[in-house]
Design a protein around this ligand. Structure first.
Ligand SMILES: Cc1cc2nc3c(=O)[nH]c(=O)nc-3n(C[C@H](O)[C@H](O)[C@H](O)COP(=O)(O)OP(=O)(O)OC[C@H]3O[C@@H](n4cnc5c(N)ncnc54)[C@H](O)[C@@H]3O)c2cc1C
Length: 326
């Protein structure tokens, strides 16, 4: 029985994704609190060098196989479940991402282990590992002990900063053969579909004004455009706004859109649902304008106001236009 804390490394086209480091930060807290090891589990093909930034882990298990070169739910689930049956970890952490969600439930089923999804923070409480997980669009925080002997968790972006745990290392890399058969797979990757070309790449913009459903109608987006222009930024939006066709798809921020890293993110009438906040965890400064004091966006915002954007924006935009340029 290893009873280690495992973090399943998420990779895409030969790069380790930020969510891996967020999960490692959570895993480190659990492992240190319980006095056990933190192990990163890396699957791939000729991908061992990717272990070089996983130094937060005490050890990396690396499984190499041609079928693991790119993520497919079938091969990855079989491999993780096979390893876990053999090595009996205490907890398995996946990112709460398309990839993580694709297999975490299957692994939990294979191991007959509970699944705690969308955990934001973990801690030790009276010596017991504990999770907290936002639910109902972030308005309710579910909390509880992480059941033993084994539990599967998915970790949302935002709870921990990836940069702090992107460390060289690790101390050891243990190469293992896939313990489950990887023949006869029914799912293979045919090709990556490139996202729709965008007029601007919001992932690279330092100043973003985000529009949420609180904007009420397409015509009102002009208010956000005016503010963005005064600030020298561009407008992006939440899912309902993009679904309505008020902004093009490449301007969508969040889980199903783009992860942004601006110096400043002004959120207008955005509630701050976990799927949206996932895309703004890299923002240096978040300013929220929202009439609901319980809106979860205020959990991540550095500054905020409860004023209606319709009262605030014309005056704010004018003030910014008049302000002397640095
Ligand atoms: C699998 C999945 C993937 C998803 N992916 C994404 C994603 O990538 N990006 C994303 O954004 N969402 C995504 N969602 C949807 C997400 O769950 C939320 O539904 C969405 O983010 C809510 O958008 P919103 O904040 O604009 O709207 P709402 O939640 O309706 O919030 C509107 C806010 O406007 C405020 N408001 C109203 N009037 C005013 C006013 N006059 N002035 C100021 N504030 C006002 C309200 O108080 C409210 O907080 C996804 C959902 C799922 C299930």
């Amino acid at each position: 029985m290893s009873q280690d804390i495992w973090v399943v490394v998420e990779t895409l086209r030969g790069a380790v994704m930020d969510i891996t480091y967020t999960s490692l930060a959570a895993g480190r807290i659990l492992a240190d609190g319980l006095g056990i090891r933190l192990v990163a589990v890396l699957l791939g093909h000729n991908a061992e060098p990717l272990a070089g930034t996983l130094g937060t882990a005490d050890s990396v298990i690396y499984v190499d196989h041609a079928s693991l070169a790119d993520f497919t739910p079938e091969a990855y689930r079989r491999t993780i479940s096979g390893l876990a049956k053999e090595l009996a970890p205490r907890a398995i952490l996946f990112g709460h991402t398309s990839m993580g969600m694709d297999i975490a439930c299957g692994v939990s089923l294979d191991l007959n282990a509970p699944l705690i999804s969308s955990c934001e923070r973990v801690k030790l409480e009276d010596g017991r590992p504990w999770y907290s997980s936002p639910t109902c669009g972030g308005k309710i925080i579910a909390e509880g002990p992480i059941p033993d002997p084994v539990c599967v968790l998915t970790i949302v972006p935002g709870g921990y900063k990836p940069e702090a745990v992107r460390l060289p290392g690790p101390k050891e890399v243990v190469r293992m053969a896939p313990s489950a058969a990887l023949e006869g797979l029914r799912i293979t990757l045919k090709k990556y579909i490139e996202p729709q070309a965008a007029d601007v790449d919001i992932a690279k913009e330092p100043m973003l004004v985000a529009v949420g459903r609180g904007i009420q109608q397409a015509d009102n987006i002009a208010l956000a455009e005016a503010l963005a222009q005064a600030l020298g930024g561009v407008v992006c939006g939440s899912r309902p706004v993009v679904d309505q066709g008020w902004l093009p798809v490449p301007r969508l921020v969040g889980k199903s859109g783009v992860s942004v890293k601006p110096k400043c993110y002004v959120a207008l009438g955005v509630s701050g649902a976990p799927e949206h906040v996932e895309g703004i965890s890299g923002a240096e400064l978040i300013i929220a304008i929202n009439t609901d004091p319980r809106a979860p966006i205020f959990n991540v915002a550095h500054f905020g106001t409860l004023l209606s954007m319709f009262d605030l924006l014309p005056a704010l935009t004018e003030k910014i236009r008049q302000a002397p340029r640095p």
